[in-house]
Unconditional design. Structure first.
Length: 306
């Protein structure tokens, strides 16, 4: 039986030094039935020239059975729009994103698809290992702090309990998901810094993910990552995402059958939120306030968060 087609979307912006290696790790996958789509978001370096050069390589085209698409946006649209554009152009039953500065291990899709089939899941993610600018494993405290975030998954009845305060998926590039799930939750929203976290939380309420430590997403820390420039706008986006997620739970906007197995799931969520401290507990209570919700709608419109 032929493997389902996986479309890998690479949103590219000013990562000339890294994107070639990123593409090579897609081509090196043990999983064979792949499509590659690269969308350049008006890079100001030579990223696009490098991608076009690779895309014209005969061996690379054969590896992807001629399923290689390279596009350039007419103007800079940002990560979430670029990802949505790439997915709209994709033909795969399953979809993955690779940040242009990150890497896949060769067994990534074989391991993830195997675990997703085993669990009957529409999506999944893996462990994350941090690498440095040269691609070697990074042993700094910052790297280990990122890797430790996923330790929250241990012992949780469902993944969303581990994610009430932090993105345990770490990055958009760590997700493999079906087109059905993508369409079911409505794609990536207009957040500059936390579109990945928002997508992860909404996906958690839609279907329980598969998680595997049999492969890793190689997350590069190099001093230019967007999270390092997180400032007032990023903090603002996080608060909106938390409020909307908590409210969705409170209203019972949940399709995930694992969560629904316990009729008292809202209490499970409240306990998980409370364990994260007073500020998160206050946000949970604010999410129940009708006046706050009305204000949030105006706030999102002002900052174009949707």
């Amino acid at each position: 039986m032929e493997e389902p087609l996986i479309s890998v979307v690479i949103p590219s912006y000013n990562y000339e030094a890294y994107i070639g290696h990123a593409i090579e790790t897609v081509a090196a996958q043990s999983y064979r039935n792949l499509e590659l789509i690269v969308i350049d978001d008006c890079s100001q370096d030579h990223s696009l020239e490098k991608v076009n050069g690779l895309a014209g390589d005969k061996l690379l085209r054969e590896r992807f059975s001629e399923r290689i698409t390279v596009r350039k946006n007419e103007h800079n649209r940002g990560a979430h729009e670029t990802i949505n554009e790439g997915i709209a152009a994709a033909n795969g039953e399953y979809l993955a994103i690779l940040n242009a500065d990150d890497l896949f291990e060769p067994n990534r899709f074989s391991a993830l698809m195997g675990e997703m089939r085993r669990k009957g899941a529409m999506w999944g993610f893996s462990r994350v290992r941090c690498i440095g600018p040269d691609g070697e494993p990074l042993e700094t405290e910052q790297a280990h702090s990122f890797e430790r975030i996923q330790d929250k998954l241990a012992g949780k009845r469902f993944a969303a309990l581990a994610a009430v305060a932090e993105n345990v998926g770490i990055s958009t590039g760590n997700l493999l998901f079906s087109r059905r799930l993508f369409e079911g939750i409505g794609g990536f929203k207009n957040y500059k810094y936390v579109h990945d976290y928002d997508f992860f939380l909404r996906a958690c309420l839609y279907d329980e993910p598969a998680f595997t430590a049999e492969t890793s997403y190689l997350y590069r820390l190099h001093g230019e990552n967007s999270f390092l420039s997180l400032h007032e706008e990023g903090v603002r986006e996080n608060r909106v995402v938390w409020l909307e997620f908590y409210r969705a739970v409170q209203k019972g906007e949940i399709a995930n059958r694992i969560i629904l197995q316990n009729p008292a799931y809202a209490q499970e969520f409240y306990e998980a939120v409370s364990a994260e401290g007073k500020k998160k507990r206050t946000l949970w209570k604010l999410a129940q306030n009708p006046l706050m919700r009305a204000g949030l709608k105006l706030f999102k419109a002002k900052y174009r968060m949707d």
